[in-house]
Design a protein around this ligand. Structure first.
Ligand code: ZN
Length: 437
């Protein structure tokens, strides 16, 4: 008989058994992925990890393509931006479900007590840079797809799995590039799940927007003993920061979003000042040279402004420029420049969208409690799938705790990966198997 039309409880039991058989495989796969150090920057070993994924997925019956994002930021002969996209056709027409994971990891940093690329398994956790963000999620999606295909080979539609470059630096050589090539067009793909570490019982609907800019104030150089003969750019920047403290920060804090952003503090608009520099360059460490005495003619800050779906990018820009223009009116000799570095629009999938409802129902079945709908304070690849691909039916769902991402001794729990894989496999069953007759 055709198992794909078995009653839902029999389907679930068959999937659970197929997943349980793959526990050791899931651990080994996660360890293998961690042991390929795909540091970004500069973008190391992307070809190696894509080739590894290609071998793995071909062995499971997927057709694969390796795609280099020529000419995207950072792409060069030493550090080519490789991506892999794998597709497995079902036996009859139907929707395509695509799992997309980034393959890059951030720098190691200090404070580790284990080898960051060793893939150590200890007390049910696998340690390493990228274990949580997001090689554990990638491995869980592969195991989920393989278990589903083995259990229900007659499934309808198609399953795609991609490993993509550069998410940690904006995704331009990864999902953005693939979206430009049509890989995320709604004609080709109907449901997207991004296995970012948002926690196994949460469905992440989207993220806030971001605007990054450098603001510079100008002055006039003069001898430091006679500052009145020049004009101090650092004091002008002090006035900018004062205005931000008095006007901008309170206004941002008062704005609240209906997006279910976690943690709670990110449910308002926020801005970080990433860097400040004024005057002559700092001496290199160890230098014994003394600074000369000058009035600084330039001071720069870099701001990281995160905004809400209820705000507009123009509004965000205009608010800051309005305050700077106010200073130009009121403060003698004040002048400034704003150089925009990058921006990302906020995105949010409706919680009634098919993929959001399906994953939430699967969480309920596997975990025995209602799924929590959340949104992310920082952005991830969903922005490109929405804005370039024009595909709205997309959520982030995967194992791991976001708080561990980018930290020393990052890990992912094996049980969490198994539970997430069960949710992903059940989501595939709900989307790609016909209803019981
Ligand atoms: Zn990530």
């Amino acid at each position: 008989m055709d198992d794909s039309i078995a009653p839902p409880d029999r389907r679930a039991a068959a999937l659970s058994a197929a997943l349980a058989d793959r526990r050791e495989d899931l651990i080994a796969l996660t360890q293998d992925l961690i042991r390929i150090p795909t540091l970004n920057p500069p973008g190391e070993n992307y070809h190696d990890i894509c080739a590894y994924l290609e071998r793995r997925l071909r062995a499971s019956g997927f057709q694969t393509q390796m795609i280099r994002a020529h000419g995207t930021p950072g792409d060069c002969e030493a550090y080519p931006r490789w991506n892999v996209v794998a597709r497995r056709e079902g036996k009859r027409p139907g929707d395509c479900v695509h799992f997309t994971s980034h393959i890059d990891v951030v720098e190691v940093g200090s404070g580790w007590t284990v080898d960051p690329f060793g893939g150590l398994l200890r007390d049910g956790r696998i340690y390493g840079r990228g274990s949580c963000d997001m090689k554990g999620g990638l491995a869980a999606s592969i195991i989920a797809a393989e278990a589903f295909i083995a259990t229900f080979p007659e499934f309808a539609g198609a399953i795609e799995i991609s490993g993509t470059a550069d998410e940690e630096s904006g995704g331009y050589g990864g999902v953005a590039y693939l979206a430009e090539q049509g890989f995320f067009s709604p004609q080709k793909v109907q449901h997207v799940i991004i296995p970012e570490p948002l926690q196994k019982d949460r469905v992440c609907l989207g993220h806030r927007g971001g605007w990054w800019a450098e603001i510079e104030t100008f002055g006039e150089i003069a001898h430091g003993s006679m500052p009145f003969l020049g004009d101090c750019a650092v004091r002008h920047m002090g006035a900018v920061l004062n205005t931000f403290e008095e006007k901008l920060f309170p206004a941002m804090a008062a704005r609240r979003t209906d997006m279910p952003v976690v943690p709670e503090g990110a449910r308002s608009s926020t801005m970080n000042i990433n860097a400040i520099h004024g005057g002559q360059p700092e001496q290199p460490p160890g230098s014994t040279a003394l600074p000369s005495h000058c009035v600084p003619d330039s001071c720069r800050i870099v701001v990281d402004r995160r905004y809400l779906v209820e705000e507009t990018l123009d509004g965000v820009r205009d608010e800051i420029i309005g305050l700077l223009e106010g200073l130009k009116r009121d403060r003698p000799r004040f002048d400034y420049a704003v150089r925009e570095l990058n921006h990302v629009v906020p995105t949010m999938t409706d919680r009634d969208a098919p993929v959001a409802r399906t994953v939430a129902a699967a969480i309920h079945d596997v975990m025995g409690k209602d799924a929590e709908f959340v949104a992310s304070p920082g952005s991830y690849d969903q922005k490109h799938i929405d804005r370039i691909g024009k595909l709205k039916n997309c959520v982030a769902y995967g194992p791991g705790l976001l708080e561990l991402a980018h930290k020393p001794d990052e890990y992912v729990g094996v049980d969490d990966m198994m539970d997430s894989a069960a949710v992903m496999a059940r989501s595939l069953a709900a989307l790609l198997l016909p209803e019981t007759e």
